[in-house]
Design a protein around this ligand. Sequence first.
Ligand code: GLP
Length: 244
Amino acid sequence: MTVTICADHAEASARASAIVADALRAEPALVLGLPTGRTPVALYASLVAADLDWAKVRTFNLDEFAGLPPRAPGSFRAFMDEHMFSLVNLPPAQVGFLQGDAADEAGECARYEQAIDEAGGLDLLVLGLGANGHIGFNEPGPGLRAGTHAIALHASTRAANADRFGGDPARVPARALTLGMRQVLRARRILMVATGPAKAAAVTALTQGPLTTMCPASWLQVHSDVTLLVDRTAAALLHDAKSD
Ligand code: GLP
């Protein structure tokens, strides 16, 4: 894992944007995995401002809240439309998304898994990091799931996502659909951005702790091509941290 300590969130976002832009220029038909959250907002703004051709790109987002119709306020699909999809020339048919309100959740998860497999897997997966070490919505617990699945969200995760629901954690859906560890670890390249003091413990656990299902992101240590961009505050608890 390559860990780069940036001066601040803006630098981490600019570096992340440059990595995604380079990958897209090198492979116009890139299969790109994408996160939501506050962290990638600046990255998406930078990609939108860049001179990039999205005509052949395929995207698959990591996760979606269960029970929400596509584009409902608060949904991750609405977030992506607002911050990126409506602002670049990415054909809507090339956007992959879990449908949160699918009547058959297991069938929807199987459909999504198969769609990514048929695209050849993810070339580049951009990840955020939950303060409790989650990736996508793979929450800490006694076990992790390999396939795309539905999961109950931890109270802390609902609280962390409350800003999309009027600030009220009780209005955040209690469950979500998410990619599992198989598609995450199968991605040919992984780029994670984690900034802010709330991520410091998780950054230390994922880079310097043991592999454990209690920190899903720790499993990134077994992947051969992970770039982790952090700012100084997220790196504050790293042992022997050096600025790049
Ligand atoms: C949510 C998403 C994750 C994201 C995390 C961190 O839980 N499911 O994919 O990485 O939030 O969000 P933020 O960037 O707002 O801290």
